[in-house]
Design a protein around this ligand. Structure first.
Ligand code: TGC
Ligand code: FAD
Length: 392
């Protein structure tokens, strides 16, 4: 019901900043989310299941690798289009945006950017169409915020590499056909390897019992003497900057995505506040409710402008990693606070699955942690403005 009535907040006419093509793309994804995600997502979360049939549909609507060139199965779109797609998907659920942003920014992007032409042609079209699912293995049990300390390593065995180690908290893990895995070579240099489902010694157990991102698969990637063909090494990058460049793209997508979650909460809260009466008048008529709604809309508007500006910088290849960190950090915190404030506007009704706030709120607890925690992004900004590295 709420999804059919959805009215997107645009207080500062941000729409005027988009091209007709941007609006067409956004509206088509919005329509798909209304039809295919909204009606089923609460039940999927309650059951702690990713609706697997959505993967092929995400491929069909162009949500996988929108900015990857058409030659490789992508749509060749710009960064604003990518952001708008993430915004609409996350209005549905962070799990759906996660599925698209991992596949696009963390699997297709490194293969496109650092892969050989053979690797691009072999993997990208299948990932773009959703025939293959991807995962990105950086985080380890003992190395989350400091991925540079990773222990996963590979050694050169002449005609193949031998990979050992484990990755943890990996989106899509048990479902993935193609994993981009970051590991150290014998000299301790971080490099990317493509590990495929079914390689002997490779297992991917699922992580159960999550209260957040329940409609997303999370798991481990375990490598026990996995023989990786030499042609599966990504030849175009060495060092931690490889995975961190992928994170720039995914963090950018999150800065847009969470606007969708916030708008969904605001839309439901505004409508409810006009319908629900207490003391013989709509609760939207009380000053304290108006304060919440006005502040929510102000924060959404600021986040929309920040994301748009970051998108224009990225279109011109001018966005710095620190600018991306600031936008990811600001917009996720904004969305989490809005999920809480809008839930309060609904009183007891706000805790039910009939409304999206609790689901978004729980999801956003992961979003504020993954792709760099809230505090790590603050320290990246701190380092950028002072020139002093607080991590050392
Ligand atoms: P540091 O010594 O600062 O840097 C190492 C090298 O990397 C370069 N660099 C970057 N390059 C591109 N983009 C960035 N954002 C970069 N940040 C740093 C840097 O210039 C250096 O290059 P070079 O040529 O000198 O070697 O590295 P550090 O070890 O001190 O760590 C810095 C820190 C803490 C900022 C970084 O490691 C970090 O961002 N930590 C957070 C980890 C994180 O975000 N993990 C995310 C895992 S993936 C995930 O969560 C997916 S969720 C999926 C979903 O959506 O479902
Ligand atoms: P830690 O690094 O142990 O941090 C714990 C706390 O310490 C945090 O509050 C942190 O901010 C703080 N802290 C750490 N260092 C400092 C410091 N120097 N100064 C101040 N405070 C500090 N990873 C992948 O590689 N691929 C994925 O697909 C992926 N998907 C994920 C999906 C979900 C649902 C979740 C929850 C996580 C996922 N991650 C993935 C992992 C995610 O990136 C990490 O959880 C995140 O980077 C934080 O690492 P950690 O959990 O080990 O926390």
């Amino acid at each position: 019901m709420a999804s059919i009535q959805y009215k997107h907040p645009d207080y500062f006419n941000v729409d005027d900043l988009f091209t007709d093509e941007h609006k067409l793309i956004r509206d088509s994804i919005r329509d798909w989310v209304n039809r295919r995600v909204k009606p089923i997502i609460d039940e999927a979360c309650q059951k702690h299941e990713f609706p697997a049939y959505l993967t092929k549909e995400l491929g069909e609507i162009g949500a996988f690798g929108p900015y990857i060139p058409e030659k490789y199965g992508g749509a060749g779109l710009d960064q604003i289009s990518y952001g708008l797609i993430m915004q609409e998907l996350e209005r549905g659920d962070s799990a759906v945006r996660s599925a698209a942003s991992v596949q696009s920014s963390l699997v297709m992007y490194p293969i496109f950017k650092f892969g050989s032409e053979e690797q691009r042609l072999k993997y990208l079209p299948l990932l773009a169409s959703g025939e293959k699912v991807g995962a990105f293995g950086l985080t380890e049990p003992n190395h989350g915020s400091d991925p540079g300390g990773m222990k996963t390593k590979f050694i050169d065995k002449g005609d193949h590499f031998l990979l050992n180690g484990a990755k943890m908290w990996i989106t899509n893990a048990s479902n993935a056909d193609v994993c981009v895995v970051w590991a150290k070579d014998e000299k301790g240099v971080v490099k990317g390897l493509i590990v495929e489902k079914g390689m002997p010694g490779f297992t991917a157990p699922e992580t159960h019992n999550k209260w957040s991102l329940r409609a997303s698969i999370t798991g481990e990637l375990v490598f026990d003497n996995v023989k990786v063909p030499k042609e599966n090494l990504l030849p175009g990058v060495k060092g931690l900057k490889g995975p961190l460049m992928c994170l720039n793209s995914a963090r950018y997508g999150i800065a847009w995505g969470v606007i969708g979650a916030a708008c969904d909460c605001y839309d439901a809260a505004l409508r409810y506040s006009l319908e629900r009466k207490q003391f013989n008048k709509p609760i939207g008529g009380f000053q304290l409710t108006q304060k919440k709604l006005a502040e929510i809309l102000t924060e959404i508007t600021k986040a929309q402008l920040l994301a748009w500006r970051l998108g224009t910088l990225r279109n011109n290849d001018k966005a710095t990693p620190a600018q991306i960190s600031m936008a990811k950090r600001n917009n996720v915190e904004m969305a989490l606070k809005i999920a809480r404030d809008s839930r309060q506007i609904l009183g007891a009704m706000g805790i039910t699955g009939d409304f999206p706030m609790m689901r978004h709120m729980m999801n956003l607890e992961s979003v504020i942690t993954y792709e760099g925690t809230h505090d790590i992004h603050l320290l990246i900004t701190g380092m950028d403005i002072t020139g002093i590295n607080a991590f050392l």
